[in-house]
Design a protein around this ligand. Structure first.
Ligand code: CU
Length: 176
């Protein structure tokens, strides 16, 4: 009785396993693509652009910041000279620094950010960052948006910014 039940069950199990296998494989593919999006990177000539990200903005916000890393695998220094995105009227490259009174301030970087040969530069909270000014719509966590980086030597490359949660290391952009 047990044997006949097993014999009956076996082909059923086999097809279930096959279907499970396909489901697992599909889930793995989905995971892989999601993971690739989270730990995403882009290339421009000898430059590697790592994980461009931004932060969710409160309703009515007119600015958003952009962060990423740039690694230069080449033998010549390059320079990030400008950024453009459809999400805002314009994008500037900013730098955080301490003024004469010891107050943290941000200022626009003129002449671009140098990426030394064999070096890496991080645009991150509290340091260099991209400022999207004249934001057309709030940015929500989980969204992505395109931005075009222009380098002196490597030319232009369009990257995808992933929007992270609003929390985290905060940065005062009230001055904009
Ligand atoms: Cu700024």
């Amino acid at each position: 009785m047990t044997i006949s039940a097993r014999a009956f069950a076996r082909p059923l199990f086999r097809s279930f396993e096959e279907r499970l296998g396909i489901a697992v494989f599909a889930a793995m593919l989905l995971f892989a693509s999601t993971h690739a999006l989270l730990a995403h990177g882009f290339k421009a000539g000898e430059l590697e652009i790592g994980h461009p990200w931004s932060r969710a903005t409160p309703a009515g916000a007119k600015v958003a910041a952009g962060y990423l890393t740039i690694k230069n695998n080449g033998s010549k220094a390059d320079r990030l000279v400008s950024v453009q995105s459809d999400i805002s009227d314009k994008a500037e490259i900013h730098e955080m620094g301490v003024d004469a009174n010891g107050v943290m301030k941000m200022r626009q970087v003129t002449g671009g950010v140098e990426i030394p040969a064999g070096g890496e530069v991080a645009l991150k909270p509290g340091s260099y960052h991209i400022m999207f000014m004249g934001l057309k719509a709030p940015k929500n966590e989980g969204e992505t948006f395109a931005g075009t980086l222009t380098f002196e030597k490597a030319g232009t490359v369009t990257v995808e910014f992933a929007v992270d949660a609003m929390s985290g290391q905060s940065q005062d952009h009230s001055g904009h």
